[in-house]
Ligand binder design. Structure first.
Ligand SMILES: Nc1ncnc2c1ncn2[C@@H]1O[C@H](COP(=O)(O)OP(=O)(O)OP(=O)(O)O)[C@@H](O)[C@H]1O
Ligand SMILES: [Mg+2]
Length: 108
């Protein structure tokens, strides 16, 4: 499985659905990632899918740009990472803590 190059940002494969290449744990698992997004999908209550299997790592101290056209799902993804919106699938690990299962520890 191809590893996204550093500086890679998710792309909207069609407007309104942010997705990314599959994650390969054996090849892309930096030990210094402060945020790990794994297989995150989000379908809103009305049935609209805004995120489709998003995978990314943000390293400690890294300046990471999330780029995409209007409606691509940037705000949805940031809301999931911050715990303001629940993902339909997938996990977000912040400093080693699952933002849903260990949300209090992840928030500190
Ligand atoms: N609460 C919601 N219920 C249903 N659909 C939503 C909801 N919030 C966002 N969407 C839809 O999900 C898609 C992604 O929206 P989002 O706001 O995450 O995109 P964005 O990349 O932040 O856009 P922008 O650049 O305009 O800020 C859009 O098609 C939007 O209409
Ligand atoms: Mg937005």
């Amino acid at each position: 499985m191809a590893v996204p190059p550093r500086g890679w940002a998710p792309q909207a494969d069609n407007v309104g659905v942010l997705s990314s290449p599959a994650f390969s744990p054996a090849e892309d698992n930096p030990p210094d990632a402060i945020v790990r997004v794994r297989g995150v999908s989000k379908t809103y209550a009305g049935g609209f899918q805004a995120l489709k299997n998003v995978n990314l790592d943000i390293r400690r101290g890294e300046i990471f740009a999330l780029l995409g056209p209007n409606g691509a799902g940037k705000t949805t993804l940031i809301s999931v990472i911050c715990g303001m919106t629940n993902a339909t699938q997938g996990t977000v690990i912040a400093d080693g803590f699952d933002t849903v299962r260990d949300y209090l520890l992840a928030a500190v």
